[in-house]
Ligand binder design. Structure first.
Ligand SMILES: Cc1cc2nc3c(=O)[nH]c(=O)nc-3n(C[C@H](O)[C@H](O)[C@H](O)COP(=O)(O)O)c2cc1C
Length: 312
């Protein structure tokens, strides 16, 4: 039996973005893809999404930046990264030799920052698409502020779209009152696909030290504990927009990924799970293949939105 795992995640885009399979890494949890390439062949994945990139290099937030919680992790990295120039000089040439597409996650403090980043990445060999992070809860300005309401989210999307010919994914924050409305606005403004969710804002306190555990007081919650929230939001958004939806949030196993796909996601991203098991994205992919084989599913398309069809 020949199994088709390929998914088109930018069908409206003039050249599209065809992935060999639906499993990607989530931004910020897999570096630039190069760090784990000695552990397994990362090029087997559907796509690699790199660390959030800004115009200038950033040192990030004060330590401590990570705190473990029940079934999850709080982080306040604050977009520590090498900056777009170093990414173009040092990372993109490596990616250009890879068969797996690399998607560059970008973040800015102003709409103009996003447009300039998109412009700098346009036409760079090794960069297959841009993921617009309008959802980072760990920076003082920009970030999740843009993703919190439909108007500002659409403004960033339109500016990025105008600045690049690359396919663009827009990554949404769960820290908003109506995620479906934000999704509809960014789709209307030209997003080729929508990824969700970024982390949920949270905090933890050390009762021994009588102070917050994170250096920047609050952080973003990720990991298995957020999965039901992420799944619900993916279900909502997939019912609201025509563009492909990429599901993310607490995916650690193939079963988790299949739930998101059945909720309507065309692809998935594996994040925090890579911290405990760096091969998690590959294990998820292998598990999806096994599931399809066991159930006699020839094409992943049969699973996309399968739980929606039944609900109707
Ligand atoms: C340490 C850490 C760093 C992250 N950095 C970024 C980032 O730079 N850009 C971004 O869009 N999301 C970032 N995220 C969010 C993840 O990509 C993902 O959306 C979120 O963690 C939920 O998925 P998960 O539960 O599988 O980790 C980060 C998450 C963690 C835990």
């Amino acid at each position: 039996m020949i199994t088709n795992l390929s998914v088109q995640i930018a069908p409206k885009h003039h050249s599209g973005l065809l992935l060999a399979n639906p499993v990607m890494t989530a931004s910020g949890t897999f570096g630039y893809g190069t760090e784990n390439s000695h552990l397994f062949d990362v090029q087997q994945l559907g796509a690699i999404v790199c660390k959030g990139t800004t115009l200038e290099p950033r040192d990030g937030n004060p330590q401590p930046r990570l705190a473990e919680t029940v079934g999850g992790v709080l982080n306040s990295i604050g977009l520590q990264n090498i900056g777009v120039d170093a990414l173009i000089k040092e990372k993109a040439p490596v990616w250009a030799g890879w068969r797996v597409p690399v998607i560059v996650n970008i973040a800015g403090e102003t709409v103009d920052d996003y447009a300039r980043l998109a412009g700098r990445l346009d036409g760079v060999a090794g960069v297959s698409a841009i993921e617009v992070n309008i959802s980072c809860p760990n920076v003082k300005t920009g970030g999740a502020e843009f993703g919190a309401n439909p108007e500002s989210a659409a403004g960033v999307t339109a500016a990025v779209k105008a600045a690049t010919s690359l396919p663009i994914l827009v990554k949404l924050t769960p820290n908003t009152s109506d995620i479906a409305r934000v999704a509809m606005a960014v789709a209307e403004a030209g997003a080729d696909a929508i990824s969700l969710i970024n982390t949920l804002r949270g905090m933890a306190i050390s009762i021994a030290m009588r102070r917050p555990l994170l250096g920047s007081i609050t952080g973003g919650l990720s990991g298995p504990t957020i999965k039901p929230v992420a799944l619900y939001m993916v279900y909502e958004v997939a019912g609201a927009v025509e563009v492909p939806v990429i599901g993310c949030g607490g995916i650690s196993t193939a079963d988790d990924a299949i739930e998101f796909i059945m909720a309507g996601a065309s692809a998935v991203q594996v994040g925090t799970a890579s911290f405990t098991n760096p091969r998690a994205p590959l294990d998820v992919l292998e598990g999806i293949k096994q599931f399809m084989k066991q159930k006699g599913v020839n094409d992943i398309a049969e699973l996309i939105g399968a739980a929606r069809k039944k609900a109707r």
